[in-house]
Design a protein around this ligand. Sequence first.
Ligand SMILES: NC(=O)c1ccc[n+]([C@@H]2O[C@H](COP(=O)([O-])OP(=O)(O)OC[C@H]3O[C@@H](n4cnc5c(N)ncnc54)[C@H](O)[C@@H]3O)[C@@H](O)[C@H]2O)c1
Length: 263
Amino acid sequence: MELKGSVAVITGGASGIGESIARSLAGQGAKVVIGDMNQDGIDRVVAEIKASGGKAAGKKLNVTDDAETGALMDFAIAEFGAINLVVPCAGIIRDGLFLSTDKETGKVKKVLSTADFKAVIDVNLVGPFITLREAASRMVDNGWKGVLFTISSIQKEGGVGQLNYSSTKAAMALWPKILVGEFQMRGIHDIRVVSIAPGYVGTPMVKGMDQGALAKILQGVHLGRLIEPEEIADAIAWATKNDAVNATCIEVAGGMISGLIAK
Ligand SMILES: NC(=O)c1ccc[n+]([C@@H]2O[C@H](COP(=O)([O-])OP(=O)(O)OC[C@H]3O[C@@H](n4cnc5c(N)ncnc54)[C@H](O)[C@@H]3O)[C@@H](O)[C@H]2O)c1
């Protein structure tokens, strides 16, 4: 599939990975529509893409809201006439242990709250569900070819302290197989579904982590450094252009190593 001239809707496009994907796709001739909660971030990214000769537009939304997400898709169609690529990057973390026990007494002193569990499920799982549904309905009804992406994570394997986040990222990794299976049943052959599972990416969120903890994490990464957001954007562009990439989850993690034995 050609990137040039295609229309990409990117949620969470006002920061980090989504921003990088928006810049990268626009730089390769796609028309990008950014949806995010952060209006200032939308304005900044849209203005910068336009200033460098790209085509971009943006609209504020909360991805957990049906009507606002549907309105983002209608906005994309009104601006650029179609929807071809959908990249739901809006995401949050609310890390915490399922049970935190007191080091001295061994008794439970804190639990992962229902609010923190639900908040992550809402944005990272319900959000992409609504985003992909609202986009795909319009794509199918209009016969527009394209790719639906999901953003998973290496934490799909189970990140300690991330029961909520990992649950959503495991789901993101398996959606391509389910959705493509359903498309096959219904004879929808020109919409692919691909998941990208990044490792530790140098977005503001990760760069702001405790540097000691980060150095320890990077000991288990063959690449030896944080992944650049542009490297995730490259994977999205490659997967878009290669029609054989479908119903799969691709890790872009720099080589995560488990079971290291100290010398
Ligand atoms: N940074 C990493 O190392 C990493 C690794 C693997 C996966 N990911 C995933 O990549 C995606 C982007 O992460 P990032 O690091 O770029 O984060 P980020 O915090 O830089 O960007 C997330 C964006 O989502 C927006 N957003 C949050 N909640 C929203 C909502 N309800 N509605 C609309 N917009 C909302 C924020 O305003 C922000 O602009 C997330 O799904 C994250 O889980 C990140």
